[in-house]
Design a protein around this ligand. Structure first.
Ligand code: 2AM
Length: 190
């Protein structure tokens, strides 16, 4: 079995800037810059055959490259139950369009549809029993964070290998955006 997810990789310079935010939240486990990405679809554990079907389906996804800007910070989980500290993405219909296409591809490959609403983000840290006043201060101090825009020109399929010191992600396939498509999507006809 192989644990997979589809995501947008981020340029190294951007990941380095993101990693400079780390500090000031006691108990946070900060994500290493090489592990930062924007998930499009978490796939989970699949067998080799299904992984090949997913790869083939993702290979048919067509979309134009698009700009993307990071903006703001937030957390998932309330109060002392906060579990994820993240950087947000400025409103971006093209990103949601790409996510929808990735979602359809994954469903075509035989996976059940994602039930949860898509909230694009970059996880900065995992939290556990975090002091909510300190977290609140961190969010206030860094809430104006902005970075980009970058051009999103590809998305990737990643393998997640769970280990004692956290997951390690490997890019297993890269899917370029742009180019010709029989559906006319690339001509901006939608
Ligand atoms: P997260 O960073 O908000 O946890 C690899 O695990 C990527 O898939 C992460 O970016 C993670 O988002 C995302 N993901 C979405 N749903 C997941 C799930 N049920 N389990 C693990 N990761 C998930």
């Amino acid at each position: 079995m192989i644990r997979l997810f589809a995501a947008i990789p981020l340029p190294e310079a951007m990941r380095e800037r993101l990693s400079r935010l780390n500090g000031g939240v006691p108990g946070a486990r900060w994500v290493a810059p090489e592990n930062m990405h924007i998930t499009l679809r978490f796939i989970g554990e699949v067998d080799e055959g299904r992984a090949q079907d997913i790869d083939a389906a993702l290979d048919t996804v067509t979309a134009q490259p698009f700009p993307l800007t990071l903006s703001g910070l937030g957390n998932f989980g309330r109060g002392h139950r906060a579990h994820t500290l993240w950087v947000g993405v400025e409103k971006n219909p093209a990103l949601h369009h790409l996510r929808d296409k990735v979602e359809s591809a994954v469903v075509r490959a035989g996976l059940p549809a994602e039930e949860r609403k898509y909230s694009p983000h970059i996880t900065l840290a995992r939290l556990k029993d975090t002091n909510s006043a300190k977290l609140g201060r961190f969010l206030e101090e860094n809430g104006m964070f902005q970075d980009g825009p970058i051009m999103v020109e590809r998305f990737c399929l990643y393998e997640s290998i769970l280990g004692r010191s956290g997951p390690v992600y490997h890019e297993v396939r890269s899917y370029p955006l742009g180019g010709w498509s029989p559906g006319g999507d690339e001509a901006g006809e939608e």
